[in-house]
Ligand binder design. Structure first.
Ligand SMILES: [Zn+2]
Length: 218
């Protein structure tokens, strides 16, 4: 690229396309790059929940509301990859600092979903933190968690596998997911890690959102 050609910065909100330069809050932030406007950011309902699953700390950023539901649908269901940066935007500096030397893992989607979408949806979100994101889990059969009754969701452990787990030895691991519901997917991934990896330096969990009235499982 010719040195005089500067990379065009994004000055429009990735969600509503409003001009970010006319957004007062955007102008008031000292050089901090935000991909969305304050109006859209305000529609994310902060939860900031911290609890434990199998003694491992989990952090949930937001409550699941209609706004986030639509965004996730647009991103995952309508393949709008441009939305990948919006989910962590408000916490991104904190996340980059906290997890800078962690390898990031995420639960698998079916190969069919991945092919249709053309990208791994959690991988793209995780890469907003840093590039050390490993696609290490796989689905053993075509099975969609949202299609089965809540009581049967524990069956999920039968359909997730782990490959190349040796690379996780002596690593700090961050397991990331989008929506925390029954906790079964996270627990299955945790079990696969703890059963296969002899020495884990640290293991933490980060989820984007959780339904508001759900009782927290510990
Ligand atoms: Zn906006």
């Amino acid at each position: 690229m010719h040195p005089s050609i500067k990379i065009k910065k994004q000055y429009h909100c990735l969600i509503c396309f409003n001009d970010l330069l006319h957004d007062f809050s955007f102008q008031s932030i000292n050089g901090k790059y935000l991909p969305i406007c304050q109006t859209c950011q305000n529609q994310f309902e902060r939860a900031n929940l911290h609890f434990q699953i199998q003694h491992y700390p989990i952090w949930i950023l937001y409550y699941y509301n209609d706004f986030i539901k639509k965004l996730i649908y647009q991103y995952k269901g309508c393949y709008d990859i441009a939305l990948a940066p919006v989910f962590l935007a408000d916490f991104i500096e904190q996340l980059k600092k906290k997890y800078k030397d962690y390898v990031i893992l995420f639960p698998p989607s079916t190969d069919q979903d991945n092919q249709k979408r053309g990208f791994l949806h959690m991988e793209e979100i995780a890469k907003q933190i840093h590039q050390n994101v490993w696609n290490i889990f796989y689905k053993t059969e075509n099975y969609k968690q949202s299609n089965i009754p809540f009581d049967n969701r524990s069956l999920i452990h039968k359909v997730i596998g782990i490959k190349n787990f040796k690379v996780l030895e002596n690593q700090k691991i961050l397991l990331m997911d989008d929506i925390y519901t029954s906790g079964n997917t996270i627990q299955t991934c945790l079990n696969l890690i703890t059963k296969n990896v002899v020495k884990i330096k640290d293991l933490q969990i980060l989820c984007i959102c959780q339904a508001k009235k759900k009782t927290v499982e510990i």
